[in-house]
Design a protein around this ligand. Structure first.
Ligand SMILES: NC(=O)c1ccc[n+]([C@@H]2O[C@H](COP(=O)([O-])OP(=O)(O)OC[C@H]3O[C@@H](n4cnc5c(N)ncnc54)[C@H](O)[C@@H]3O)[C@@H](O)[C@H]2O)c1
Length: 129
């Protein structure tokens, strides 16, 4: 089973992290919001999604799912890193990319070997080039 890190624990990232843990993968969920990390670590979901509470509690109980705000630890232990931070639209429709750029720099600063980086946030075509 793979060792995963999911960066950004909003609607997309928390569901992604919980589902991969339910499949038996080891997942570290990372967010900069310490309040969110505290709640999730106690098995308290930060929004309602059918079935999510159960997946969250099962993942924590089996030690397949954990949460942190520490990039160095989370990224260095992972084989695959998912970027799931927000990209809200500007008034002109362009995506606000600052969160993706910030976490990309944090991931780069925590690299200790080859990683597969999966860009799951909605971004303009060509962003990864
Ligand atoms: N919500 C949906 O149904 C949906 C569907 C399709 C695509 N998307 C896309 O997926 C992406 C994520 O959407 P969402 O709704 O989950 O966003 P969200 O705003 O709910 O969650 C983003 C999370 O990223 C965290 N974050 C921001 N900067 C960070 C940093 N520097 N380090 C660590 N964590 C950081 C925030 O604290 C927040 O918890 C967006 O690009 C969105 O367009 C969302």
């Amino acid at each position: 089973m793979a060792r995963l890190c999911v960066v950004g624990l909003g609607y997309v990232g928390l569901v992604t992290a919980s589902c991969f843990a339910s499949l038996g993968h080891g997942v570290v969920g990372l967010d900069k919001d310490q309040g969110k990390i505290d709640l999730l670590s106690r098995g308290v979901s930060t929004f309602f999604e059918p079935g999510l509470d159960e997946l969250l509690k099962n993942g924590l109980g089996k030690s397949l799912l954990s949460f942190t705000d520490d990039f160095k630890t989370a990224v260095s232990q992972a084989e695959i890193v998912f970027i799931c931070v927000g990209t809200p639209p500007h008034e002109n429709g362009m995506a606000e990319m600052s969160q993706v750029e910030e976490v990309s720099r944090c991931i780069a600063g925590s690299m200790n070997g080859y990683k597969l980086i999966v860009e799951k946030s909605t971004v303009p075509a060509g962003t990864a080039l």
